[in-house]
Design a protein around this ligand. Structure first.
Ligand SMILES: [Zn+2]
Length: 171
């Protein structure tokens, strides 16, 4: 067992990270469509244009929970487990376009933008396939009528610590 860690919150005083509005819309659409479960996927791009394309991946946590509730006590409404088949396919597609994986995204349903203890475990796991990638978290309400949408991005600083900033739509 790893020691308990607090969630990493957004630094509201830091300038927001701006990504293309078209891309942020795609991520939010995915998050809204998969409610009440969390969505997940990859963002790929180049050095000059790091946040270019979104690749949806299936969240298989509900399946993991049904098969092995002891090791996976939560289902897809509270956690995500990115389908390996899906992310390997997305990674291959990115490479064939001269891109790399620049961010992993997932949503929180009826919860805020932060990196939970589980999210940190996932990002810091020695087998995590994209250790350099940023983590994007999308917060959406639980109800169809909810329109409160916010997003954050967690990137590693020079010391490797994950730091959160608001994520906003740009050109
Ligand atoms: Zn999370």
């Amino acid at each position: 067992m790893s020691p308990h860690r607090d969630p990493i919150e957004i630094d509201e005083n830091a300038p927001a990270t701006v990504i293309p509005g078209r891309l942020l819309n795609e991520l939010f659409t995915h998050a809204l469509e998969t409610r009440p479960e969390e969505c997940c996927g990859l963002v790929t791009g180049t050095d000059a244009d790091p946040y270019r394309r979104a690749h949806r991946c299936r969240n298989t946590m509900t399946q993991q929970n049904q098969n092995d509730p002891k090791n996976h006590p939560r289902d897809g409404t509270e956690a995500y487990y990115m389908s390996e088949v899906d992310y390997l396919r997305a990674q291959k597609d990115a490479e064939s376009h001269g891109e790399q994986v620049t961010a992993v995204y997932h949503s929180h349903v009826a919860a805020g933008v932060y990196l939970s203890e589980m999210d940190q475990d996932f990002a810091n796991h020695p087998l995590f396939p994209f250790p350099e990638a940023a983590q994007i978290v999308l917060a959406v309400g639980a109800q169809k009528v909810d329109r409160v949408l916010s997003a954050g991005i967690f990137e590693r600083d020079a010391s490797g610590t994950l730091r959160g900033r608001r994520l906003e739509a740009g050109e």
